[in-house]
Design a protein around this ligand. Structure first.
Ligand code: NAI
Length: 333
């Protein structure tokens, strides 16, 4: 068994964390031979609830968990961490304007960014899940300047998995036979789920998704809209946001970052843009990402037609507005 890595989960008393903690502790993400010290951060009123979670971790008795540290203190939470999963955020409340939500989250991610910068390992791998995920990640990175830019990511893997799921169920095949879907842009309803380069295996034969489905109209309209609005559909049905599927997506994202993607395959991740595909440099934008030896790279030279360019520009426009509102909020705090 390898020496322990330190993994922090924020929002640890919430519903995503409740599904996530088991999967992390079971070795599915970092490997069954990788021991873990788990740091669990939440706000002070949730410390009692967190104790319950810790009792459960003890009760499942998993061999790779060396220690669990519950805390409401940012220094304790981020001290020497190798992996930081930012799940906690301020939820949107009834009647709350987008700007108020942004401002509340800027406050959280500014404070946590400063603490991450000060206390985490410089090699820390960061994944932001709490919404608005892309912009929260932007603020976090902004306040953690000593950590390399390529270490910051936000979660769009749930959208990626939803897109795979929709194609698979339309073709009545297993989702792992669907390859190379892309989520471009914001983890919001302006995201662009793109299957123009995706392939599927049907009856043992690999073919493009467009060829297999033979309905461009469905792929350009209904499919896009289902994926964009899936989060809202789950909330409407469950009266709670997606948690089990979000936790699974977090594990997929981190496992692939840790272990890499196959040649000629990619996954979707929000990363800090280097200007690829004409996106504003510095914006946290979801791209097709290939991973080798722990290094993320944006897949280049995929052709954009007029329709996809328009879809990408639309989600970029929303992200620029969000980022500007968040920066305005930071200057007034
Ligand atoms: P939840 O409300 O059940 O849990 C959130 C937890 O965060 C709570 O325990 C709360 O006390 C804690 N928290 C609030 N402020 C904190 C702070 N400053 N420091 C530490 N902890 C803090 O929410 P749930 O369902 O677990 O979702 C968490 C976030 O993930 C939400 O923002 C949600 O919108 C987002 N989400 C993102 C997805 C994505 O694909 N990017 C998918 C699904 C959810």
């Amino acid at each position: 068994v390898k020496d322990p890595i330190r993994v922090v989960i924020t929002g640890a008393a919430g519903q995503i964390a409740y599904s996530l903690v088991y999967q992390i502790c079971s070795g599915e993400v970092f490997g069954k031979d990788q021991s873990i010290i788990l740091h669990l951060l939440d706000i002070t009123p949730m410390m009692g609830v967190l104790q319950g979670l810790i009792m459960e971790v003890e009760d499942i008795s998993l061999p790779i968990v060396k220690n669990v540290i519950p805390t409401d203190n940012e220094e304790t939470a981020f001290k020497d961490v190798d992996v930081a999963l930012f799940v906690g955020a301020m939820p949107r409340k009834e009647g709350m304007e987008r700007k108020d939500l942004l401002s509340a989250n800027v406050k959280i991610f500014k404070s946590q960014g400063i603490a991450l910068d000060k206390f985490a390992k410089k090699s820390v791998k960061v994944l932001v899940v709490g919404n608005p995920a892309n912009t929260n990640c932007y603020i976090l990175a902004h306040y953690a300047p000593s950590i390399p830019r390529e270490n910051f990511t936000c979660l769009t893997r749930l959208d990626h998995n939803r897109a795979k799921g929709q194609i698979a169920s339309r073709l009545k095949i297993s989702p792992d036979l669907v390859k190379n879907v892309i989520i471009w842009g914001n983890h919001s309803s302006t995201q662009f789920p793109d299957v123009r380069f995706s392939t599927v295996v049907v009856n043992g034969k690999e073919t493009s998704v467009y060829e297999a489905i033979q309905n461009d109209n469905w792929l350009k309209n209904e499919f896009v809209s289902i994926v964009q609005k899936r989060g809202a559909a789950v909330i409407a049905a469950r009266k709670l946001s997606s948690a089990m599927s979000a936790a699974k997506a977090i594990c997929d994202h981190m496992r692939d970052w840790w272990q890499g993607t196959k040649d000629n395959e990619w996954v979707s991740m929000g990363v800090i843009s280097d200007g690829s595909y004409g996106i504003e440099k510095g914006l946290v934008f979801s791209y097709p990402i290939h991973i080798k030896n722990g290094k993320l790279s944006i897949v280049q030279d995929l052709k954009l037609d007029d329709w996809s360019r328009e879809m990408i520009d639309k989600t970029q426009k929303e992200l620029i507005e969000e980022k500007n509102d968040a920066l305005t909020a930071t200057s007034s705090q």
